[in-house]
Ligand binder design. Sequence first.
Ligand code: GRF
Length: 193
Amino acid sequence: MVLSIGTNKIKTAIFISGTGSNLKSLIKFSKLKKSPISINLIITNNKLAKGLKYGIIFKIQKKIINFKNKDIAEKKILKELKKNKIELICLAGFMKILSKNFIKNFKGKILNIHPSLLPKYKGLNTHQRAIENKDKYSGCTVHFVDAKLDSGKIILQKRVNIYKKDTPDSLEKKILAQEHKLYPKAILKIFSL
Ligand code: GRF
């Protein structure tokens, strides 16, 4: 990964579509002295995303991008990223698939968090699928983003037990609590290499 830390923190944009609990945990992490990143921009495709409130609370610039036309949307995002000198992108519950061309522009500089132990359960409804398959455990993964869905190089994973009483909702809650710790840990890991 060709990112220099220098004396300044790495300017980071977080892409969200919903609740933004990972966004919140990343913002809190970014304020710690040990954090190599600062969060300078929040991008969303969803003007109703609850996570946008963290932009207001923590005074971080937000951009709502209409994805009706993906090509135009991605061009607008690239412009914003450039304007804000963004060096790293963290996808956190961003529900749009970025094009190959977009990813090429930020090669090796886009991270994602996924609520399963990849390569198991790429895509959606991961908790339901793990429970239906009677898996004994599931978990979460932070990985680099490449052109294929949920397929880039894995940075860190955390395992979470599944008990008989678990439902997709209870499992989601347990895994989300681990996601909030795993994303900062993964960022520390890649920048301490
Ligand atoms: C998380 O489970 C994340 O792994 C997945 O989408 C969810 C987003 O949650 N990609 P939040 O918006 O960060 O609360």
